[in-house]
Structures are given as structure tokens and as C-alpha cells.
Design a protein around this ligand. Structure first.
Ligand code: GUN
Length: 300
């Protein structure tokens, strides 16, 4: 079987069009432009490029959007005071502090200082708990993007065997929690394999998966014969494996051996162009939701 490509960029464009219509309506009916602040500490080139892309998208959607750049040597108290200022600002509905932060700052303290109702990354423990309980307004952006891709390309995962490879706080664990929920777009039987799982067991579990979601952080980890015929494979990995002589740009690959796995899967996300484009889109979705929560249009 030659797998169908799940084109994240196309799905992301579709969701952004839906969001734009929603933002237009929020502005027209409720005078409620979603307000998003992205806080960048220092000038890490990857972080600059992520934050620039987030700002660009939020402007395109018609948000009230602020880019707050702070120096690398900002004191922790000053950053916490800044977060408090945005927590109190009624025009700001979403606060994102770009990670990683410089070593002299306690990232956990900073993330925990964000008002949970403005925590559009969904990294605050209150939101992590809400997600597990199933009483949530927003989800962490990358696993939420994976869920959207699965539902829109493959269909409802209800009753399917979902295997998640990796247990990070940002992808693996919330992915498990999302797929477990008793609601549309989830309700699956979920297994999580990780660095504590013996390799032969990892392979055994992967071979059972109707839907295999991989966030292992190891280039081309998942082999062709680990994948069940007809499975849906979501590859969250982004690994730099060299520099192209032609373009001078990084050569990327995922955590899945794409060529071999696409011989057996029915659906597969490419790297790049699969999960990646969904992440910012889900941040925008969370920001729209945060505005609706703040205005009392949605209750959590
Ligand atoms: N750095 C890399 N990915 C992310 C993300 O999803 N959120 C934040 N805040 N920082 C990041």
C-alpha cells in the first residue's frame, strides 16, 4: 500500500480560514479581538523565528497582538512582574513565553505564573489537570494539531488502538490524555511506549496500532516492519540530519523511516509539512478560545 500524505499545511490553512471567520464575528458582534502577547527573552535564532511566525499569523487573523522582546539578562522578578501585568490586562487573552528561557531563570516558576485562563500553551499544571479530567478549554498545541490531522484525514479514533511513542510533557503525555477522553475525536484505546519499554515490546505495541503517533526524538526510529498494514502514522519528530549543498538549508527528517513506513501505512504525515504547520494554528485556536472564555461566551 502506498500511504496517502496528510498535508498539514493544507489542513492548517483550512483551520485558519475557519478561525478568521470566527475572529471577524467576535470583532463585529462582541468588539472582542483576541489579544495575544508573545514574550521573547534574548535572541535565540530558532526562538526569534518561531515567535515571528506566531506574530505574523496572529496579525493575519486580525488579533490584537503584541510582541514583547526582553533582554537575555532580564531578572526573574522583572519577568514575573511582566507576566502579572499581562495577567491583569483585559485586552490580552493569551500569554505565551517562548521557551527555552536563559539558565538564570526558573522556567517552571515563569510558566506557573501565567493565569491558567490565559495559558494558551496549556503548560500550566491547572490546565494539565483540566485536560486529564476532560474539563478543558484548550489543549497543548502540538498534540492538539495531531488530533486534528487524525480526525480530518483518517477519521474518528473512537475504539481504535492508538500507540504513542514518547512520554514528554509537551507531546507524549498530553497526547495520551487527549486520545483517552470520552468525546468525539478521541475515545480510543491508548498505549504509551517510552524509554522504559523494552525494544521488543515497543515493536510489538507499534505493530498493533491503528494509529501510531511518534514523538521519540530519534531520527527514523520507526521501521517499516514495525507498522501494521493500513495504519495511520503521525510523525512529530523534526531532526536535522545535515545541510543541503544545493540550498544551504538544513535537511530534516522525522522519527519515522518515511519511505519504508509509507509502503505499509494508509496515511502518513511528511516531515517537513506534516505536524509542524499545525502547531501555530492550534495556538491561534487556543487564543480565540481564551478570548471567548474571558468574555464569558464559553464556560470551563
Ligand atoms: N519552544 C518550542 N516550542 C514551544 C512551544 O510550543 N511553546 C513555547 N512557549 N515555547 C516553545
Amino acid at each position: 500500500m502506498a500511504a496517502k500524505l496528510i498535508k498539514g499545511a493544507e489542513v492548517a490553512a483550512q483551520i485558519r480560514a475557519e478561525l478568521k471567520a470566527e475572529v471577524d464575528e467576535l470583532k463585529a458582534k462582541h468588539n472582542l479581538p483576541p489579544g495575544l502577547v508573545t514574550i521573547l527573552v534574548g535572541e535565540n535564532p530558532a526562538s526569534v523565528s518561531y515567535v515571528t511566525a506566531k506574530q505574523k499569523t496572529s496579525h493575519e487573523l486580525g488579533f490584537y497582538s503584541i510582541q514583547d522582546n526582553q533582554p537575555e539578562d532580564i531578572r526573574e522578578e522583572r519577568l514575573l512582574a511582566l507576566i502579572d501585568k499581562y495577567n491583569q490586562d483585559p485586552q490580552i487573552h493569551g500569554i505565551l513565553v517562548q521557551l527555552p528561557l536563559p539558565k538564570h531563570i526558573d522556567s517552571q516558576k515563569v510558566l506557573y505564573a501565567i493565569d491558567p485562563n490565559k495559558d494558551v500553551d496549556a503548560f500550566h499544571p491547572v490546565n494539565v489537570g483540566r485536560i486529564l479530567i476532560g474539563n478543558y478549554a484548550f489543549l497543548p498545541c502540538t498534540p492538539a494539531g495531531c488530533q486534528e490531522l487524525i480526525v480530518r484525514a483518517y477519521g474518528d479514533p473512537k475504539g481504535k488502538e492508538v500507540v504513542v511513542v514518547g512520554r514528554s510533557n509537551i507531546v507524549g503525555k498530553p497526547m495520551v490524555a487527549i486520545m483517552l477522553q470520552k468525546r468525539a475525536g478521541a475515545n480510543a484505546t491508548v498505549t504509551c511506549v517510552h524509554t522504559g519499554t523494552p525494544k521488543d515490546k515497543i515493536i510489538e505495541h507499534c505493530r498493533r496500532a491503528d494509529i501510531l503517533i511518534v514523538a521519540a526524538g530519534v531520527p527514523k526510529y520507526i521501521q517499516g516492519d514495525w507498522v501494521r498494514e493500513g495504519a495511520c502514522v503521525i510523525d512529530v519528530g523534526v531532526n536535522r540530519i545535515g545541510i543541503s549543498e544545493k540550498t544551504g538549508k538544513a535537511i530534516l527528517c522525522g522519527d519515522v523511516d518515511f519511505d519504508a513506513v509509507s509502503e505499509r501505512a494508509s496515511y502518513i504525515t511528511p516531515v517537513p509539512g506534516g505536524v509542524g504547520p499545525m502547531t501555530i494554528t492550534m495556538l491561534m485556536k487556543n487564543s480565540v478560545m481564551a478570548a471567548k472564555v474571558a468574555a464569558g461566551l464559553v464556560k470551563i
